[in-house]
Design a protein around this ligand. Structure first.
Ligand code: PHE
Length: 342
């Protein structure tokens, strides 16, 4: 009998360790501790033992019962903990937010081009000056030798405001007046970068807002060859050494003589290609010798002083340099475009 009890405990112990699910546990409980379980059956047989063995067997059987019961409770608790643990790890919510990757910005292509222009003119001794984006008609036009109602105004489609005479500047040329009035009577050379506005039909070639950089030099013996020297230096620095430069006679009310400046097409080396419309030349800016009346409006005596001025569009320069096909890309803020210039 005692032997059977020991056997029973051992077997129960190993089966209990094997039990994993609550069904298996319940099965084990019924098999050992249930009304028809192994222990109950053994206890029922106590009566058939010789009387002198009965007390001892009864005591051991009771011990076995208690042992099995506590083994059972322990195992139940153990499994419950295990289930909890897997729940916690597997089904758990990860409360950590993934880090946000740092987006590295880059300078806008217009800014990059502007800075290149600043650097080139900086090496030639030009300072940088700012002048207003909101202008009056008088400075934007009249002081630049463009009277009211003069047909030359057609060159600049203008944004007017509700305030009489107040407009958005159509070019950086009014900066010439500010510069002259600031430096008079010194000789000087400055560039005037900034935004300009034109009431244009927006297309791949024109925007309503764009940058310009004006350059102006005034002194006692400045000639057109100074202008040509600066232009050649600029074109070669910007578009590559040995770049040819061509001045084409043109007309601006505030310069006389006036010239539009072409550079030799750097795609086809002047052979002719779609980029230069098979001419071999690319137009990059307008320029000329400052008109005597404009010098006078700035305070300088045209009998003593001369000067040159030029105005370029950095977007146009970037378009040529990087083969950009549409000026609207510049200010649409499409990251796919902007990031190409990182
Ligand atoms: N202001 C002119 C334009 O916007 C360009 C220019 C500047 C021409 C200076 C001559 C001298 O078209």
């Amino acid at each position: 009998m005692l032997e059977k009890l020991t056997q029973l405990v051992n077997q129960a112990r190993s089966e209990l360790t094997a039990a994993q699910t609550s069904e298996q546990l319940e099965g084990w409980r019924l098999a050992y501790l249930g009304k028809k379980g192994a222990l109950t059956l053994l206890l029922r047989n106590l009566g058939s033992l010789p009387a002198d063995q009965r007390p001892e067997a009864g005591r051991v059987a009771n011990e076995v019962k208690m042992t099995l019961e506590s083994l059972y409770t322990a195992r139940v608790e153990e499994l419950r903990q295990g289930v909890l643990e897997t729940e916690l790890t597997r089904g758990a919510l990860d409360v950590h937010l993934p880090g946000r990757p740092q987006q590295l910005g880059n300078l806008h292509i217009s800014t990059q081009t502007l800075r290149e222009i600043y650097a080139i003119f900086g090496r030639l001794g030009f300072d940088i000056l700012r002048s207003p984006e909101v202008e009056d008609d008088y400075t934007n036009f009249q002081l630049l030798n463009i009277p009211q109602h003069h047909p030359a105004r057609d060159m600049w489609s203008t944004f007017y405001t509700d305030l009489p005479g107040v407009i958005l500047r159509t070019h950086t040329s009014p900066g010439q007046i500010y510069a002259m009035r600031k430096y008079y009577p010194q000789p000087f050379r400055v560039i005037l970068p900034g935004k300009c506005y034109r009431y244009e039909q927006v297309s791949s070639r024109s925007e309503q807002m764009f940058y310009q950089v004006e350059a102006i030099a005034v002194g006692e013996n400045i000639t057109m060859s100074d202008l040509k020297g600066v232009l050649t230096y600029f074109a070669r620095s910007m578009f590559g050494a040995d770049r040819k430069v061509r001045l084409r006679p043109s007309y601006f009310p505030f310069t006389e003589p006036s010239a539009e400046v072409d550079i030799e097409c750097f795609l086809c080396q002047g052979q002719g290609c779609p980029m230069c419309k098979h001419s071999g030349w690319l137009e990059i800016l307008g320029s000329g010798m400052i008109h005597p009346q404009v010098l006078r409006n700035g305070g300088y005596d045209p009998d003593r002083y001369t000067g040159f001025a030029l105005g370029m569009g950095p977007e146009r320069i970037a378009i040529l340099k990087h083969g950009i096909t549409d000026i609207r890309y510049f200010f649409n803020n499409d990251m796919r475009f902007l990031q190409q210039f990182a």
